[in-house]
Ligand binder design. Structure first.
Ligand code: SF4
Length: 336
């Protein structure tokens, strides 16, 4: 086993950065090459059975972070350690083996399942690719068991169906079954219920939560919706323009948040608790173009608490309470 491993964590991302070269038209004729820092100096650690919620507006770098953690992109800088091994050094063959350990559930169950495959084929295909099960009969049994585990019972009722013969919620259950059939240790769910009817979202989320706990998975749930993240996540990281601006245990973050952006995001979440105090501050304007990030704190043009220093200097991350980190000039380390 590699010396990189800290056995308490399934996944560790250390100072990861991802740059893309993009062409930006600065007038109608000339296209200028610029660097888009999609993910900038991100650190994450996830233990077995834990879920980290990644929350932020679209374009903040959540999905790029997920693709880095799954080995679908190579980081420009930094290391990603999964179960003791640095996946950023993997070659193609090692990446194929790693895919067995790291699975993703996509937003749209209508697109993530091959419409020409019956459900049994959708589930058996990854078993064939990764050579699991000694024969077709054994693979079919594995497929039946996982279907029943995700609540599609009796499994025989569903195996011969095509995806279009199922409801959106049933399809998302099949997508979850497909992600779990290889017994992964890392699961990433990208907006797992945003395409589903509101009436079936709670059932899918509670299934996901149950599977993560029962199978001791390290999980990441990506969403723009803090109420969903609150339901499913043990820790929450708030992203803005490629950086994590606040990260803490979820309930701690909901009750006591320190970053003005987190504050503004929480304003948008209806809360049934009558004692829950909603601040009246808001975000100004739109998120800037990520290829032209503002100097200093990149949130400063929208921040109602912006100070002179915020326009010039990037804030450093501080641990404001145990396990609660914030990237904002308003705050200092609790011991400094
Ligand atoms: Fe607002 Fe300044 Fe904090 Fe940035 S560093 S969030 S601009 S107060």
């Amino acid at each position: 086993m590699s010396s990189l491993q800290d056995s308490r964590y399934i996944l560790e991302a250390n100072n990861i950065r991802k740059d893309f070269n993009v062409k930006v038209k600065n007038n109608k004729i000339v296209a200028e090459e610029k660097i888009l820092k999609a993910v900038d100096n991100i650190n994450l650690k996830i233990k077995p059975g834990e879920t980290l919620g990644l929350v932020g507006e679209s374009g903040c770098g959540k999905t790029t972070t997920a693709k880095l953690l799954l080995g679908l992109y190579k980081p420009t800088e930094g290391k990603i350690i999964c179960e003791g091994t640095d996946i950023t050094a993997f070659k193609r063959k090692q990446l194929k083996a790693f895919r067995k350990k790291a699975q993703m559930i996509f937003q749209d169950p209508y697109e993530s399942l091959n419409p020409r495959f019956k459900i049994k084929d959708v589930l058996i295909e990854p078993l064939i690719i990764h050579k699991i099960g000694s024969n077709y009969k054994e693979q079919l049994k594995i497929a039946e068991d996982i279907l029943e585990e995700v609540g599609l019972k009796p499994a025989q009722t569903y195996l011969e169906r095509y995806p279009h013969e199922m409801s959106g919620g049933q399809r998302q259950r099949v997508a979850i079954a497909r992600a779990l059939i290889l017994n992964p240790s890392l699961l990433i769910a990208d907006e797992p219920v945003s395409m589903l009817d509101v009436s079936i979202r709670a059932g899918i989320l509670s299934l996901l939560r149950k599977m993560i706990k029962e199978r001791n998975l390290a999980a990441i749930c990506i969403s723009h919706d803090l109420s969903l993240i609150r339901y499913i996540s043990d820790y929450t990281a708030v992203m803005y323009l490629g950086k994590i601006v606040e990260i803490a245990p979820t309930e701690q973050l909901i009750k006591k948040r320190f970053h003005p952006y987190t504050e503004a995001l929480l304003e948008a979440v209806p809360n049934p608790d009558p004692d829950f105090k909603i601040s009246l501050q808001n975000i100004k304007g739109e998120a800037p173009n990520p290829v032209d990030k503002p100097n200093g704190c990149s949130f400063h043009p929208r921040c109602v608490k912006c100070m002179e220093i915020c326009k010039k200097e990037q804030p450093q991350q501080v641990e404001i309470e145990k396990g609660h980190f914030v990237l904002c000039h308003l705050h200092k380390n609790k011991n400094s």
